[in-house]
Design a protein around this ligand. Sequence first.
Ligand SMILES: [Fe+2]
Length: 312
Amino acid sequence: MTYQKLQIRRAPINIEDEKMIRLKGRLSPSSSPFRRLFQGDFSQRLSRFLFFRRAYSFLKNIQQKFNFSDYKDYFLTGCNYVLSNSSIDRIVNEVNDRSVFFGLYLPDSMVEEVLHFAAHAPCMEPGYSKNFLMRELDHNNCLPDGHQVFRALVNDTNQCSAVNVVAQDALLLRIASTYLRYHPTKITCHLTWSLASNLTKGEVQNQYPASNFHYDIAGYNFATAYFYITPVLDEDSGTHVMIRGSHKRKPIWMLLKSGRHSDESVYAYYGKSDEIQIQGKAGFGFFQDPSCIHKVKAPTSQNRLLLQIRYS
Ligand SMILES: [Fe+2]
């Protein structure tokens, strides 16, 4: 698929590749949540608190109003390939109320291009020193040296033109700007394989952090568009699970402890009635405030490929 040439925006947006940015998400390797809080970027750690994220949005909004000339061409990217039947206001209201909006769609040709790219590009897994290709994995998702891969982060997503186009999609930029109440100045692209395994849930959760309930801390305020690139049509194919409204509703112990929490503690506090299991065909997308409690239900039947565009 060919895309019209993107205009160069005057707004100081920084689009970055996913690998190092994701690894920056935890700046300290310490297992102690309190030690982690005081290592690395302390101020960013405060973004777990709703009042801090709102204060940041308020100040960023004022700052951008004073620098209006830098931002007045912000939405003139000349590209809109992401589809939705809803208005920006409705989308943003749903994210405000429920943490998520469903009903974004990628054209089939873009899904195919992203899938083809991810199937052939070098990948890495945090904690494993070598890059690898998906085709090197055997039927148990093990590499020739015996290492079992649970998640494969695709390197150099900026080499995929479809990913770049989605990252600058005018509809997504409008949703992100309206939700955050300022024009996001950093966009990161994450393309991640979650690999099927027949280990027990506990074993997978030890190896694959995102399969535990958690909330993201990824900047001072942030929002994410997600697209399934492979179909997720049942619980076993990599369902994204989340707790409705939890971006605004967390007990203090959950805010002060680490971002990661057991199923038992999450269900004990929220019950199961607010749990949402998100399924959809390839190309289905949703927009979420990832401050909500969420996880991937680790796939067992097939590998899942997810594209995430994070605005902060
Ligand atoms: Fe997450």
